[in-house]
Design a protein around this ligand. Structure first.
Ligand SMILES: [Mg+2]
Length: 447
């Protein structure tokens, strides 16, 4: 179990000026600066290990999440790590159910993102103390202990603890072979890096061609701003990748429900596997209507990167409103809440294809999906994890992609730790990168 008492929690606002090159641009977020509220926790244990955690933001607003982390810190500092992980369910509930703070949540928005950053740091520290990468810590955990990390409140009508136990027990069969397979071949990925909405056609073509040369076979295109543009770009990508490779579309919540059905029907000729976030992430019945209308065209609905919590996922699953569950390592309440969604997805037989990209999301979520394959789903059918090729150089243990697959991380922890130099340089607004950008008149627009 855990060692030491948590003696300090620090949080910083780290922003990367990605809007300058339109990386990450889509129909609703034309100029994101990929950012993070970045948490560090330390203990008085003689090992000197620290836990690092983050949650992903788009620039402005990171300071709000940072403030929320400071408010939540009172629930963490001066606690023994053992006390936290010995009753992780209780601690998760304490953190997310503060009698005053929950009014500005509960379990949603900035306060939930802040909880995720803190919990991610705790998981990182725990895995480091155990000397294992997080996926391996989870894989080696007894089913009962895994379940003791999950808050089942509000989901027992869809998944009881007993059902979850049975799923994990069944997952023990063939586990060793699946772990060996992961270590050998990795977890299949798809790329979103080729077709951000703000990229001109020439850049898109060049990136597709490079990706094909590097072995990528699954591609996602951002759509939703202009139908004619979408048709041109989808045609271009489909011609580049050929009929045999996979194409996914992502509208980032741009449409009304009926508009989504019409628009995607017009793009059906390009044979997309899914339409991602067609409308408001809160509109469960809207997603269900879209899913039903597009099903005869062979197009599924994917969503999750802005689903607040396990309750929204529960309802999407119950309403048959999605065909692909896109969990996010920093939107949900860390590993604890993601475990509950992985188990619900297994019960409802809906594949999990995690959301990644941003800054650090690939580093984190690879642990969850590798665990999912080894211990929960047991299959790779219809499954893949998003990959975006930005900002990995700022992490101490960056993702390793081979043959368009995530290779299981080897270093102990949750791969959350940034290089010290990067965290310092990109700190907002004091870091040297921002000092320079903000003093440049042309760049002030982006802050
Ligand atoms: Mg998306």
């Amino acid at each position: 179990m855990g060692r030491g008492r948590i003696t300090g929690l620090a949080v910083s606002d780290v922003r990367f000026p990605t809007s300058l090159s339109r990386h990450g641009s889509d129909a609703m977020h034309p100029d994101p600066d990929y950012s993070a509220a970045y948490v560090t926790i330390e203990t008085d244990a003689p090992d000197g290990l620290r836990g690092y955690g983050l949650t992903f933001t788009l620039g402005k607003g990171t300071e709000v999440v940072v403030s929320a982390v400071y408010v939540l810190a009172a629930h963490v500092v001066n606690k023994d790590l053992d006390e936290i992980i010995g009753d992780f369910r209780g601690f998760y509930r304490q953190l997310t159910s503060d009698g005053q703070l929950r009014w500005i949540g509960p379990e949603k928005g900035a306060v939930h993102l802040a909880s995720a950053a803190i919990l991610n740091a705790i998981w990182d520290l725990w895995a480091k103390q155990e000397g294992k990468p997080l996926w391996k810590l989870l894989v080696d955990m007894d089913p009962k202990q895994l379940l003791s990390c999950i808050d089942f409140r509000y989901i027992t009508d869809a998944l009881t603890e007993e059902e979850a136990y049975t799923i994990l027990q069944n997952g023990l069969l063939g586990k060793k072979e699946r772990e060996e397979q992961m270590l050998k071949c990795g977890y299949p990925a798809y790329t979103t890096s080729c077709a951000w909405l703000g990229y001109p056609d020439d850049q898109l073509k060049q990136l597709c061609s490079e990706a094909l040369n590097n072995g990528w076979t699954r591609f996602k295109v951002k759509v939703g701003a202009d139908l004619q543009d979408d048709m041109r770009r989808c045609r271009l990508v489909r011609e580049m990748i050929g009929p045999e490779n996979m194409l996914m579309l992502d509208a980032n919540q741009r449409w009304e429900v009926d508009e989504a059905i019409d628009w995607v029907t017009k793009l059906a000729a390009f044979k997309p596997l899914w339409i991602e976030e067609p409308t408001s992430p809160d509109d469960i019945l809207g997603h269900a209507k879209i899913a039903k209308a597009l099903s005869p065209l062979g197009i599924g609905v994917a969503t999750g990167e802005q689903c607040h919590n396990r309750v929204i996922f529960k309802q999407l699953l119950q309403a048959r409103a999605l065909s692909y569950v896109q969990v996010d390592s920093c939107r949900l309440g860390s590993v604890n809440e993601n475990l509950s969604v992985l188990l619900m997805a297994k019960k409802f037989q809906i594949p999990v294809c995690p959301h990644a990209g941003g800054v650090g999301l690939c580093e984190l979520v690879q642990h969850l999906i590798i665990f999912d394959y080894i211990s929960v789903s047991g299959t790779l059918e219809n499954r893949m994890c998003e990959y975006v090729d930005h900002l990995h150089e700022h992490f101490k243990y960056p993702v390793v992609i081979m043959n368009a697959s995530y290779m299981p991380p080897q270093a102990a922890g949750y791969s959350t730790e940034m290089k010290e130099d990067s965290a310092r340089k990109y700190q907002f607004p004091e870091g040297e990168v921002w000092q320079k950008l903000l003093s440049d008149h042309s760049a002030t627009k982006i802050s």
